[in-house]
Design a protein around this ligand. Sequence first.
Ligand SMILES: Cc1ncc(COP(=O)(O)O)c(C=O)c1O
Length: 400
Amino acid sequence: MNPNLVDLHPYPFKKLAKLKQGCATISEKEHISLSIGEPRHPTPNFITKELIKNLHELSTYPTTVGSHKLRKSIAEWLDQRFKLNGNIDASNQIIPVNSTREALFAFAQAAIDRNQQAPLVLMPNPFYQIYEGAAILAGAEPYFLNCEAKNNFIPEFGSITKEVWDRCQLIYLCNPSNPTGAIINKTTLTNLIKLAHQHNFIIASDECYSEIYFNDECPPIGLLQAAVEAGYENLGHCVVFHSLSKRSNAPGLRSGFVARDAKIIQKFLHYRTYHGCSMAPATQSASAIAWQDEIHVATNRMLYQKKFAAVLEILSPVMRVEWPHAGFYLWAKTPIADTEFTKRLFAEQNVTVLPGIYLARCTNNVNPGKNRVRIALVASFDECIDAAQRIGTFIKDLEN
Ligand SMILES: Cc1ncc(COP(=O)(O)O)c(C=O)c1O
């Protein structure tokens, strides 16, 4: 077996299950889970209907590159959403993927050149754990960039040494961030694109939370938009990952895409031909119409806005917690150690959150997840309010 498999860390939810093992709750209230980032708003009917309508397509093998109809729909969405001025070609710059998780993993396997000296894959810390596993199994070393309150949860790219940039072959961005909700601004993205050209690395920008934001006037900027605005019209070194899981409340559809730098996309497509992971035809048809519709996306955003407003009204007086810029997580400070907080909250109030240290690694003697918990506001409005009230009671009890 691949010896690097032993270097994979247990998934955060496995650690959470272990933490809760043998810990019974004394609460008689229903359990509320706010630990997993699984969208639970209903999937729009028109998507489900289109999926069912196209089930007869099961009798054909789909191609890896997907249907032109789907790629065209994605290209139009990208162009309009990120103001690309037509700088996207559906024929050779987009690959549909079975959601971003598999694609983020697979991308590193195709991108890393193991023959180069000590390859590095840079990533934020805390981070989505797939980035780390992808780097390890691609034969590279993960290099963590701490995201802390003191730097507005944005990595300090300016403090990275030339030696690190020279060894860097790939950098994962999570923009907007899971779990902090931070958004990387245009200037920082532009500087990063410049560095990618200078040091010849690829920027893989995971933008699967880009459509869950709270200021309708100012949607989060994406990597491709920053590149076009800065005059990098061939969008070299830039690859973005988008998903219908969060945007369209369809995590079970397993649908997303990877787009842009044409040379990289064509090589990744070649890799995926062997990988054998084409998207089911009915999923492609349902996805094509999902990318064309913005009404359900705006409704979805409104549901999150309502939940954040109500939950923060309850939590702000009792704990240090702020509106994120985007995404559906609160990255809250805990008055006691995050693991202890999680365990006791479950025991006393039957509410589950995720300890921050499970989402980050200790780097430069700091674990940026220490004394924080991730609270995913994915449950229904009423459940989120109920959970917030129980968290409030729990914290007040701690203080007494
Ligand atoms: C930051 C981030 N990227 C990617 C994913 C994967 O989402 P999907 O595979 O459903 O597109 C998730 C899922 O929670 C995530 O939080």
